[in-house]
Design a protein around this ligand. Structure first.
Ligand SMILES: [Zn+2]
Length: 330
């Protein structure tokens, strides 16, 4: 049998989404937990649809500043060469993602600016409908006319399109229009855990058909396990792998380093963004970075071959990034 500890250490481990408080002054040093758990690259959220533009920009500024100030710890991992160099030097590679598109302020030129600032992944709506797309906790409608332009521009600029938090119709329209792979950076199988945030079978199939990946997430509510246990994560990994192949499974922990820091904007209406009846609230748990080696061990114990495990741990997201981030077109 493959030695799980060695396999984990020798693999590229890619967390497609985790969260720090959206304040530039929070210490990125907490991400040492990711590095110790074997993570080589992590995508960190810098803004959701409810965060004002000023907050998004100041968060980006603060995170970029800290990465630049601590080259012994961090690398801005906005291309695959930088990620590989970080891995060789045991440093954590970090890139940024946006959870929504309201921070574009209906201006296509903003897409390229975010690319320049290190954003490499974005979804077009966060739970609720907006001027671009539709969210998973709102009326299920398609992309707007402007939304179709945004899809084109996001892909042209080399930012990975992410369907997490999107409505079903809009997500399928995004896939239809996509010319590069599309992902769910953090969602689970709706078939196993029927929550609006999870991916339906037709969405999983559609993403796989683009060459994309479903990043299995560690949020208890979407795992169907109040403890956010490793076994539940493996159940979702195996469901998606059985349906569309292990080449289309990855990890997006959504680990939340909140620690009681208040990062909510003024006049924030939590019930608008996380509507009642969907289980959001204080009972939620998040799988920890320390569970990542357990996932490797669990897949080894189930007889998964090494290349399939390495695909899930990070190689699948690397393949997608190679196609989605490459050569922005003018
Ligand atoms: Zn999210």
């Amino acid at each position: 049998m493959v030695d799980a500890t060695r396999l984990h250490a020798d693999s590229l481990v890619w967390d497609a989404h985790s969260c720090l408080p959206l304040r530039g002054d929070v210490n990125l040093g907490v991400l040492e937990r990711h590095r110790r758990a074997g993570v080589n690259h992590v995508s960190i959220n810098v803004g959701m649809d409810f965060n004002p533009l000023a907050q998004v920009i100041r968060t980006l500024a603060g995170f970029r500043h800290q990465i630049a100030q601590h080259p012994e710890q961090f690398v801005l991992g906005t291309d695959l060469a930088a990620i590989e160099a970080a891995r060789a030097a045991s440093r954590l590679s970090i890139a940024f993602d946006l959870e929504g598109s309201m921070m574009l302020e209906d201006d296509l030129a903003m897409v390229g600016l975010y690319r320049d600032l290190g954003v490499r992944q974005m979804h077009l709506a966060y739970n609720r409908n907006n001027s671009v797309s539709a969210g998973c906790h709102d009326e299920d409608r398609g992309l707007t006319a402007f939304g179709r332009e945004v899809v084109r521009e996001v892909q042209a600029r080399g930012i990975l399109l992410d369907l997490s938090h999107s409505g079903v119709r809009a997500s399928l329209e995004i896939v239809e229009q996509a010319s590069r792979p599309v992902v769910f950076s953090h969602a689970n199988a709706h078939h196993l855990t029927p929550h609006a945030r999870n991916a339906r079978d037709e969405q999983i199939d559609a993403v796989a058909a683009t060459g994309g990946v479903i990043g299995i997430t560690g949020v208890s509510l979407f795992l169907g396990d109040p403890a956010a246990g490793t076994e539940a994560m493996i159940r979702h990994i195996e469901y998606v792998a059985d349906r569309v192949g292990w080449q289309h499974v990855g990890l997006g922990l959504d680990f939340n380093f909140l620690d009681g820091v208040d990062d909510r904007p003024a006049e924030f209406d939590a019930r608008r963004w996380w509507p009642d009846g969907n289980g959001y609230g204080p009972g939620m748990h998040f799988a920890t970075p320390e569970q990542l080696p357990e996932i490797t061990a669990g897949l080894v114990a189930r007889g998964w071959p090494a290349d399939a495990i390495q695909g899930v741990l990070g190689e699948n997201f690397r393949r997608v990034a190679a196609r989605a981030w490459g050569s922005p077109t003018p």
